[in-house]
Design a protein around this ligand. Structure first.
Ligand code: ADP
Length: 397
């Protein structure tokens, strides 16, 4: 490592040249060690640390190249400057090719020496600084990777813990629901009006709790990678029709209309049908919940390159710009009369996870007070992709 005052070793058998050179360097403020013999130089390079080594190429005992080699081997950052007479300029050039910083042709020129050494030290400082920065970067990178692994492990542990707890909670809750239902049905004797009201509260509270537990369980299973998608070639038109029919009574109860518009000839997607039904069910229940009586809801499905794009559109209460990403966070719900009615705040988190597990994307566009459009993409089954090679194949932009 370079000290405050640079340490310079001068190896030169001619006493005059050695003295001149050393005094120029000492006057500049460097700490100079002068040696006459190559063997001594090798010994010195081995045992001490120099920032610069200036050596004659031809010494009586050994060649300067040997000193260069050893000095570089011991400290790759050291600047080695060769000194040569005109006769050995070629050897000096070869030395530069082998890692020497520069060479001087004797007799030495003081200005040239000062500039060369000062530049060598500057370059050395930069290179050391660079090395230090790269090392810091590598260290930080390693720490980041380790922290990331730790986070992944913690997330996995959290998901597994939640999955276990939810699973254990479901059993007693189902007992509560089952027996409240039985009592309400009069299976354990006649009940009065007040008892019925209490039982009905127990039942609806328990069912809400069960819904929450089921969502937590489902989400933690998806997050911990325990859910395997059962991918098949799925015809979206059929899935959409099935979900729309199943949910008709829900929309009818609020006098809302539900329109379906599926592009003709939309090719099948590669998807887990049950999961896509769950996604549509979540989005449509939200549209139903967050749209006033008499409102309009629409499902649209179109092709976009190698993707199918499905949108659920409503003219409901809409979502403020600043809430639009947050609603995908677990348990995040915008305060409104509709949210106060119930819900877990997990629906969209789970829905997005399911779509992303398929390789697709889910996003929202919305105008507060006017309505919302939730869109997700699903990959067309691969036979469709190859059939249409050459067309734009990425809708995920
Ligand atoms: P939940 O519906 O159980 O509250 P979600 O995760 O499905 O939970 O939705 C999170 C929040 O996003 C909702 O509470 C609501 O504030 C907002 N939101 C979702 N869908 C719509 C929609 N179609 N229109 C307006 N707001 C919506």
């Amino acid at each position: 490592m370079m000290s405050e005052t640079a340490n310079i070793l001068v190896v030169e058998d001619e006493a005059d040249t050695r003295a001149t050179l050393s005094s120029i360097l000492e006057d500049t403020g460097y700490k100079v060690t002068q040696l006459e013999k190559g063997a001594e130089a090798l010994e010195s390079v081995r045992s001490r640390s120099f920032d610069v080594v200036i050596t004659d190429i031809r010494l009586p005992d050994i060649g300067g190249m040997e000193i260069l080699e050893l000095a570089k081997e011991i400290n790759p950052e050291v600047a080695v400057v060769m000194m040569t007479g005109y006769a050995s300029v070629e050897t000096a050039i070869e030395a530069v090719n082998q890692g020497a910083y520069a060479y001087f042709v004797k007799p030495v020129n003081p200005d040239e020496i000062k500039t060369t050494i000062s530049n060598a030290l500057k370059q050395q400082r930069l290179s050391l600084e660079n090395k230090r920065l790269v090392e810091n970067l590598q260290r930080s990178n390693k720490l980041l990777l380790e922290a990331n692994e730790e986070v992944q492990r913690a997330t996995q542990a959290k998901s597994e813990f939640l999955a276990n707890v939810s699973h254990e909670l479901r059993t007693p809750l189902n007992v509560i629901i089952g027996f409240s239902q039985l009592m309400m049905d009069g299976a354990s004797g006649k009940i009065n009006k007040e008892q019925r009201r209490c039982l009905s509260d127990i039942l609806s509270g328990s069912e809400q709790l069960l819904g929450l537990i089921n969502d937590v369980l489902d989400l933690s299973k998806v997050e911990s990678g325990k859910v395997e998608l059962r991918l098949t070639d799925t015809v979206l038109a059929d899935v959409i029709e099935w979900v729309a029919n199943t949910m008709t009574p829900l929309f009818a109860s609020k006098k809302q209309t539900l329109d379906v518009e599926v592009e003709e000839g939309l090719p099948p997607v590669r998807a887990d049908e049950a999961r896509i039904k769950q996604v549509l069910f979540n989005l449509l229940s939200n549209s139903n919940k967050f749209t006033a009586d008499g409102g309009k809801i629409k499902i649209e499905a179109v092709r976009d390159g190698a993707w199918s794009q499905v949108s659920v559109i409503d003219n409901g209460i809409g979502i403020k710009e600043e809430e639009q990403e947050r609603i995908f966070e677990p348990f995040y719900r915008v305060d409104s009369p509709a949210t106060r009615e119930g819900g877990t705040g997990l629906g969209l988190t789970l829905t997005r996870q399911i779509i992303e597990k398929h390789g697709g994307r889910l996003w929202v566009e919305s105008q507060y007070g006017k309505g919302s459009k939730f869109t997700f993409t699903l990959p067309l089954s691969s036979s469709e992709e190859t059939r249409d090679e050459g067309k734009d194949t990425d809708s995920r932009g």
